[in-house]
Design a protein around this ligand. Structure first.
Ligand SMILES: Cc1cc2nc3c(=O)[nH]c(=O)nc-3n(C[C@H](O)[C@H](O)[C@H](O)COP(=O)(O)OP(=O)(O)OC[C@H]3O[C@@H](n4cnc5c(N)ncnc54)[C@H](O)[C@@H]3O)c2cc1C
Ligand SMILES: NC(=O)c1ccc[n+]([C@@H]2O[C@H](COP(=O)([O-])OP(=O)(O)OC[C@H]3O[C@@H](n4cnc5c(N)ncnc54)[C@H](OP(=O)(O)O)[C@@H]3O)[C@@H](O)[C@H]2O)c1
Length: 277
C-alpha cells in the first residue's frame, strides 16, 4: 500500500520514475508498449505514437533535456525522434530503473480504494488481469495519441482519401495527388512541406492566422534556448542601468534610450532586458 503506481513510460512517466527512485519511494511503472519513449518511439508497438519519419523536436535540446542527464554533446540542437528515443533509453539506463517498468502491461482501470487507489492491469501477451492497491497513482499516459476529427463533421461529401495527422508517417501516399492540408499547427506545416515535394499540388488551409517562427534567431541562436547569461550578468558594451528597475543593464551605446522592459504601472518588471542584455 506504500507503493506508487506510474502509468506510462513516455518522457513524463520516466521523469516521474527517476524522481521516485531518487527519493527512495517504492513504485511500479506500467507501460503498454514494449519500449519506453511513448510518442518519441517511431512505429511504437503500443500503436499510439504520432511520430512521422522525418519528425525532429521543435523545442531545442536545451529546453527538452533532463537536468539530471543532459543530452550528449554530439546531438544536434533539434534532434530527430530516433535520437530522442535513444536519449530516453540512455536516461533510464543511467538512472538504473528499467527493471521497475512492466512493459506490455496496460492499465485498464483505476478506482479509489480505502487509503489509496486500486489499479487493474492487463498483460498484453497472456490477457491476464491483476489488481493491486497503491497509495498514489501518477497518470502519465500522454494525450497526443487520440486523434480529434472536426466535430460536427464538415457538411457535404468527399470522395478522396482523408487522413488525420496522427496516422501520417511518410509522404509517398501523396505522390501526384492534389492535397489539402487543414490547419496551421506544427503537424500541418511539416506535412504540407513534405507533401509539396511529391504531390501534384499542395494547399494549406486555415481558419485563422498564426505566427511562424524560425528555429533559429538570426540564423544562430535556437529560439527556444534558455538565456545564456544569468540575471545581472553583463553583456560587453552594456553598463549599469541607473533606474535599477529592469535587469539592471542597458546598452552603453544608447544610455539615454529608455529600456523597453522597464517596469510600468500596467506591466510587471521583467527579470531580464531582452534588448540590451
Ligand atoms: C508530432 C508531435 C511532435 C511533438 N514535438 C514536440 C517537441 O518538439 N517538443 C516537445 O516538448 N513536445 C513535443 N510534442 C509533445 C509530446 O506529447 C511530448 O514531447 C511527450 O511525448 C509527452 O510525453 P508523455 O510521456 O506525457 O506522453 P507520451 O509520449 O504519449 O507517452 C505516454 C506513454 O503512456 C503509455 N500508456 C498510455 N496509456 C497507457 C495505459 N493505459 N497503460 C499503460 N501505459 C499506457 C503509452 O504507451 C506511452 O508510452 C510533440 C507531440 C507530437 C504529437
Ligand atoms: N516537433 C515538431 O516539429 C512537431 C510537429 C508536429 C506537432 N508537434 C506538437 O504536437 C502538438 C500537436 O500539434 P498539431 O499541429 O498536431 O495540432 P494543433 O497544434 O492542435 O493544431 C491543429 C490545427 O488544426 C486546426 N483545426 C482543428 N480543428 C479544425 C477544424 N474543425 N477546422 C479547421 N481547422 C481546424 C487548428 O486551428 P485552430 O487553432 O483555429 O483550432 C490548428 O491550426 C503540439 O504541441 C505541437 O507543437 C510538434
Amino acid at each position: 500500500m506504500d507503493r506508487v503506481c506510474v502509468i506510462g513510460a513516455g518522457s513524463s512517466g520516466i521523469a516521474a520514475c527517476q524522481v521516485l527512485s531518487a527519493r527512495g519511494i517504492e513504485y511500479d511503472c506500467y507501460e503498454t508498449g514494449s519500449e519506453i519513449g511513448g510518442n518519441w518511439r517511431y512505429l511504437n508497438d503500443n500503436g499510439m505514437s504520432s511520430a512521422y519519419r522525418s519528425l525532429h523536436i521543435n523545442t531545442s535540446r536545451q529546453m527538452m533535456e533532463f537536468k539530471s542527464f543532459p543530452m550528449p554533446a554530439h546531438l544536434p540542437v533539434y534532434p530527430s525522434h530516433f535520437q530522442i528515443a535513444e536519449y530516453f533509453d540512455d536516461f533510464v539506463k543511467h538512472h538504473g530503473f528499467r527493471d521497475r517498468i512492466r512493459f506490455r502491461t496496460e492499465v485498464t482501470g483505476v478506482s479509489v480504494a480505502s487509503g489509496g487507489y486500486s489499479v487493474t492491469t492487463r498483460d498484453r501477451d497472456t490477457g491476464e488481469e491483476v489488481s493491486g492497491t497503491y497509495r498514489s497513482a501518477i497518470v502519465a499516459n500522454g494525450h497526443h495519441w487520440s486523434p480529434r476529427m472536426p466535430e460536427p463533421a464538415f457538411p457535404g461529401s468527399f470522395d478522396g482519401e482523408e487522413l488525420h495527422a496522427h496516422f501520417y508517417k511518410t509522404p509517398e501516399r501523396f505522390a501526384d495527388k492534389k492535397v489539402l492540408v487543414l490547419g496551421i499547427g506544427n503537424s500541418a506545416c511539416d506535412i504540407a512541406v513534405e507533401s509539396s515535394r511529391v504531390s501534384a499540388r499542395t494547399f494549406l488551409a486555415m481558419r485563422r492566422g498564426a505566427h511562424i517562427m524560425p528555429k533559429y534567431l538570426f540564423g544562430m541562436r535556437p529560439i527556444t534556448s534558455r538565456p545564456r547569461r544569468s540575471p545581472g550578468s553583463r553583456r560587453p558594451g552594456c553598463r549599469r542601468c541607473p533606474s535599477g528597475r529592469c535587469c539592471g543593464w542597458r546598452a552603453a551605446s544608447s544610455p539615454t534610450t529608455a529600456c523597453p522592459s522597464l517596469r510600468t504601472a500596467s506591466s510587471p518588471p521583467t527579470r531580464r532586458c531582452p534588448t540590451t542584455c
